[in-house]
Write a protein that binds this ligand. Structure first.
Ligand SMILES: Cc1ncc(COP(=O)(O)O)c(C=O)c1O
Length: 350
């Protein structure tokens, strides 16, 4: 992947003249079944540009899940930068929301109300633990939004993980979405970059928005080249990351621990949520413990294992696998995790 950066053919992408960027954009547009695509530095910028592109008039409202990345982790950029009013629907544990609640949320024309201009969904759903949105749910949403004349934007930061899990082409998963964002820098393992795909006329406006946000990059082929490499070489191996998560999930569940639990069946892709019983351990304590190594532990585990995980709320730790995590790493992690879980399960006074 690094070699492709050195060897990339470059040009000025602000003028649309970087051949490597152009090749990546065409590749992604075709993968997603959209007319065209545009490179941006981050998923956050891709989502913000998408929302601004769909919600052009003042007083627009956008409907999205309350646990979505756009709502929770993008600094309220849609309101801060775009003046777009968010209407959240309660995300269910599988990352979906209730279609009837969507129907109720859509505004009628009334002088008191903002105007509903967009619906946004996320696939895989990060806070739901990398869950894949069911295709039938997406199809129903697509039919509903078509009737309502509402565009759908898909935050597809990890869309290819969803496609792999469903064994479907990515274009099928986003068939009814007008626009889609896709990150190169997540499971695909590229150092930087995201794409926004959609109709030509939409992406033309998106290019203007990218420029005003400072996202117009010059020789961006150095970002596009590893992206092209990732689509060719990393995409076909994403299933290994999912298999690794299953190995960890089954090992944790197999401990039958009262302190730390997880749901292997609910782990669809490369993310695993570990639930911490606060009577035993907090998420912060678990993360800290997994980064420490004790001599007693090395005697049992056989090596020094340091694992980085993230505490994401009061009860949950999030764990992600990716291309740099090898089968040997998984074996070592499981040995350490089982050791730590047994340690947690011991009564505190022991
Ligand atoms: C679902 C989802 N969307 C968007 C983003 C934002 O991507 P970036 O970190 O490239 O801005 C993330 C980042 O973790 C994400 O998980």
């Amino acid at each position: 992947m690094r070699k492709t950066i050195l060897e990339a053919d470059l040009g000025d992408d602000v003028f649309g003249e970087d051949p490597t960027v152009n090749a990546l954009q065409e590749r992604v547009a075709s993968l997603l079944g959209k007319e065209t695509a545009m490179i941006v530095p981050t998923g956050t910028m891709a989502n913000l540009i998408a929302v601004l592109g769909h919600c052009e008039r003042r007083g627009c409202e956008m409907i999205l899940g309350d646990m979505s990345h756009i709502h929770r982790y993008e600094q309220g950029g849609i309101a801060q930068v775009g003046g777009v009013h968010p209407k959240t629907l309660r995300n269910q544990p599988d990352g979906t929301f209730n279609h009837n609640e969507l129907l109720e949320a859509v505004r009628s024309e009334d002088v008191h109300f903002p105007r509903t201009a967009l619906v946004c969904v996320e696939n895989t759903h990060n806070m739901a633990g990398g869950k894949v949105l069911p295709l039938h749910w997406m199809d129903e949403l697509g039919a509903m939004c078509k009737k309502l004349n509402l565009p759908i934007h898909m935050d597809g930061a990890r869309l290819l993980n969803a496609a792999v899990a469903l064994k479907e082409p990515p274009s099928r998963l986003v068939r009814d979405c007008t626009s889609v964002s896709l990150c190169l820098s997540k499971g695909l393992g590229a150092p930087v970059g995201s794409l926004l795909a959609g109709p030509c006329e939409f992406i033309y406006r998106a290019r203007r928005l990218r420029k005003v946000l400072g996202g117009g990059m010059r020789q961006a082929g150095i970002i596009a080249a590893p992206g092209l490499y990732a689509l060719e070489h990393v995409y076909p191996r994403l299933h290994q990351d999912h298999e690794h998560i299953q190995i960890i999930a089954k090992a944790v569940a197999g401990c039958g621990s009262p302190a730390i639990t997880c749901d292997p069946e609910g782990a669809h892709t490369n993310i695993l949520m570990l639930n911490c019983n606060m009577a035993y351990i907090t998420p912060q304590q678990l993360c800290q413990r997994m980064e420490e190594v004790t001599e007693e532990e090395v005697a049992v585990v056989g090596e020094r294992v340091v694992a980085k995980m993230a505490a994401i709320n009061l009860t949950t730790v999030r764990l992600v696998t990716h291309i740099n995590i090898t089968p040997e790493d998984i074996k070592a992690l499981v040995a350490k995790m089982v050791y730590v879980i047994k340690e947690m399960d011991r009564p505190k006074s022991a």
